[in-house]
Design a binder for this molecule. Structure first.
Ligand SMILES: Cc1cc2nc3c(=O)[nH]c(=O)nc-3n(C[C@H](O)[C@H](O)[C@H](O)COP(=O)(O)OP(=O)(O)OC[C@H]3O[C@@H](n4cnc5c(N)ncnc54)[C@H](O)[C@@H]3O)c2cc1C
Length: 448
């Protein structure tokens, strides 16, 4: 595998830290949490894991279990549960969205399926073992389209499920209306494997139950790396000397050598309504809780009707090369989210949006993650490609097995996903990304 760091010491400064200037709605539903200390002073570790999202939490847990004598330090620039891992729509997805038609694409889709199902199974086991109260709901998911013009894309999705041998139900408008409580969608495909959950509660729970040889520090950004043997990492008030460094900072990793031309940083936005009263629930036929993904991920809206009777809307994707979402960017999405909500539920005019927020996601051009050893004693699991609850969990745990020499057949599945293809530097990148988003918004214009 290609390495980007030389055997001599390589020094890297971090210029931008991820920032969402708004309160995550999922966290707002939870009790206040006592955050872990900021690192002050010097520390030595066998493993330093940078970034406490699903990938970092899974890596830290697994490496600590594999090597109980080792000291593992996990740092995060912000607060656990307030990152993308806590801000997402809460679909622990079990199958890849598309398959393609070549033998290579089919093999990759099969690898992905095994990986995603393993990530979900790991999370399920942890939720059960530690009693993590994250509203874990094995409800499956609907993929739905609004307009007949999207039928070819829906047929393609159904073919993908057949190829992957995933059971599914095809639903027409009337059947969907009965299950969802909205007659807005024309065609739907229900598949049973997806889990719906509160992602902030899950992320907090995972962090609360780390093995005893993992020390977690919050509000402790890595500001400078000096890679070597050992590596040294500078934080605002401290310094960590570590034998191994693991980068699980998702898109922010684009600031490191060799990763800058592989990752594209985007943002997407979500809102949660107030909980519906019993009378409001009656108006929409009292459906069970459900989750729905759109046939066009960029232009369409992801929706959930949650276990506590709220509606979640996730829609709009923007280029965010500096990882910063200003409050004004999010405020602009709120009226669009309200329109989406009312188009689906015109009978719920009296239900207000309670929370709106943003979150960062990173993409690679060909969908392959950046996973593996990226230099002497340096590892990375980044590039979530928009879906990371199950995927980044399994990316983190398999990377820990790989780095600590533990045999795991899923390592071969991760390696078979390949490496990200090249993305040009800014401003060419900006033009390319914005052209792509325009194209996708146009293609799915009937689906909003
Ligand atoms: C609105 C929204 C909806 C989504 N919906 C879904 C969904 O339903 N299902 C799904 O599977 N995925 C979904 N996603 C994507 C999912 O949230 C991500 O794929 C996942 O969180 C990525 O996990 P990660 O551990 O790789 O990265 P992150 O969760 O981004 O964690 C990276 C961590 O690195 C930290 N960090 C960055 N720089 C530094 C530094 N210099 N020093 C220290 N720490 C640093 C950050 O603070 C952050 O905590 C959604 C995302 C968004 C924003």
């Amino acid at each position: 595998m290609e390495h980007f760091f030389t055997a001599q010491l390589d020094r890297v400064q971090v210029r931008h830290l991820p920032l969402d200037d708004n309160l995550n709605g999922w966290s707002a539903l939870l009790p206040a949490r006592q955050t872990r200390a900021t690192l002050r002073g010097k520390l030595a570790a066998d493993w330093l894991v940078v970034g406490a999202g699903y990938a970092g939490l899974a890596f830290a847990r697994r490496v600590a279990e594999n090597r109980p004598q080792d000291q593992v330090v996990l740092i995060d620039a912000g607060v656990v549960g307030d990152n993308a891992s806590g801000r997402n729509s809460g679909f622990a997805i079990d199958i890849p969205h598309s398959v393609g038609s070549t033998v290579a694409e089919l093999t990759t889709a099969d690898n992905y399926k095994r990986l995603l199902q393993s990530g979900t199974a790991d999370l399920r086991a942890l939720v059960q073992r530690y009693g993590i109260a994250c509203d874990w709901r094995e409800q499956g998911k609907f993929q739905a389209s609004v307009s007949p013009e999207s039928s070819p894309a829906m047929e393609e999705y159904a073919r993908a499920l057949e190829t992957l041998k995933v059971p599914f139900e095809l639903l027409d408008k009337a059947a969907l209306a009965k299950r969802l409580g909205t007659g807005y969608y024309g065609l739907g495909i229900f598949s049973p494997g997806c889990v719906l959950l509160n992602p902030a509660a899950l992320t907090r729970g995972l962090a609360e139950h780390l093995p005893a040889n993992v020390s977690l520090f919050e509000r402790t950004p890595a500001l400078g790396f000096q890679f070597g043997a050992p590596s040294e990492v500078q934080t605002p008030e401290g310094q960590i000397r570590a034998r191994h460094v693991v980068i699980t900072t998702n898109g922010a990793a684009a600031q490191l050598p060799g990763l800058s031309n592989q990752l594209v940083n985007l943002s997407t936005y979500a809102s949660l309504t107030q909980p519906l009263s019993a009378e409001q629930r009656d108006r929409i036929g009292n459906p069970d809780d459900w989750g729905l993904t759109p046939v066009y991920a960029v232009s369409g809206a992801t929706l959930r009707y949650t276990h506590d009777h709220r509606v979640l809307i996730r829609q709009q994707v923007r280029h965010t090369p500096r990882f910063h979402n200003r409050a004004a960017d999010t405020a602009r999405q709120v009226s669009q989210h309200r329109q989406i909500f009312l188009s689906r539920f015109p009978e719920l005019q009296d239900v207000a949006m309670a929370h709106s927020w943003s979150g960062l996601i990173s993409f690679t051009r060909n969908g392959a993650p950046r996973w593996g050893k990226i230099g002497p004693n340096v590892y990375a699991a980044v590039g979530c490609n928009g879906a990371g609850i199950s995927k980044q969990t399994v990316a983190g745990s398999t990377l820990a097995d790989f780095a600590s020499g533990v045999d795991n057949p899923l390592i071969a599945d991760m390696q078979a996903l390949g490496q990200p293809s090249y993305v040009p530097p800014r401003p060419v990148l900006d033009l390319g990304v914005n052209a792509y988003l325009l194209k996708e918004n146009w293609a799915g214009r009937h689906e909003v």
